[in-house]
Design a protein around this ligand. Sequence first.
Ligand code: SF4
Length: 368
Amino acid sequence: MWITPRPAPLNAASPSLLSALETCPKKAGYQQDSETRGWSRPSTRTALGIAAHAFTERTLQGSPARGVSLDDWLTQMWTLVVEEQRDKLRQRWPGREVPLPTSWPGYASTKVRLIRSLKRRYQSGQISNGAPGTARPVPTPRVSVGGHPPLPWVERRLEDPDTGLFGYPDRVEEVDGRLRVVDLKAGVHQGSMTSGQLRQLLIYAHLVRVALGRLPHEVVIVDVKGAEEQTSVCEEMVAQTIAKACSDVAMFNNAIESQMIPASPSSESCRWCDFRVLCEDYWEARADDWNVRGDLVGEAVSVTSGHELQLALDSQDGAAPYRLVLPSTRDIRSGDYVVAVGCESSGFNTSRARWNSLVRVVNDRSGD
Ligand code: SF4
């Protein structure tokens, strides 16, 4: 019924994997297992974040064509990157109706803040828009180092062969003689730098030193309004972060070898985890106050049509069958077990799967 992840031991790790390890090692296990990782699919939330990154980096490196106003160019670039992400959502969710971007949570505020921020930076000359007198105050030295191209680097893969750590910092640049690692945080609610974000940036700082032979002076987070928060980098912080990362990877590999990957179920860690559809620890631990009423598991007692069925829910032993409406036809028979996550209530004793609900029919691991 439930599936235990069986990944191969890690020989490389990125900050996002280390973050998953800290949140829940079992989640990292599902991500690393080729049999289960396909259950994790992009959401409008992740698509919006990627679009915000792409928009910022492309506009920082480009400029409007002659005769195109700054406003029009920024709007066109935004539309382009968002449509690219919508296409990717369609590819990962075949047969599902991906909603229009204007209805994605956070879309309007992210768009307005990003465009306003980029426009302000162009107009103030912080970044060049191709017009005379709008170059950065102190140009970045364009000298290649150790086989690497000149700075700035944008989403360049950096790695440390000794530890297996690798990553793609949004931007590595040198401004006024100070080497900086810059990360764009596209979340509308980005507040102060979190400990997880600092760890990610310190790992990037370590990778920059491996590449350039010197430690960055500071790590910086930029929010969608263009506001920067920076932290000075010191040797001790980086050393502690790298030692902890290596220790976490070693512990995870021991857990893989012993086939006992621990889970850390909680409202916070499970809420955004697509592997709820596979994970027994989640279903055993979940509580009413986790706000996950859209997640259902039970036996199909009757199937009205290929996309409508009655479930005897595990959580309501002896209660009347519960009606579930699916977004598309599935091969489900009475007696099958059905796990559905992310559904919405749709009247008395009824739930309806959303466009991005994950539905698993046991013995049908290839299904969606
Ligand atoms: S559902 Fe929760 S417990 Fe299970 S892997 Fe995901 S985060 Fe971990």
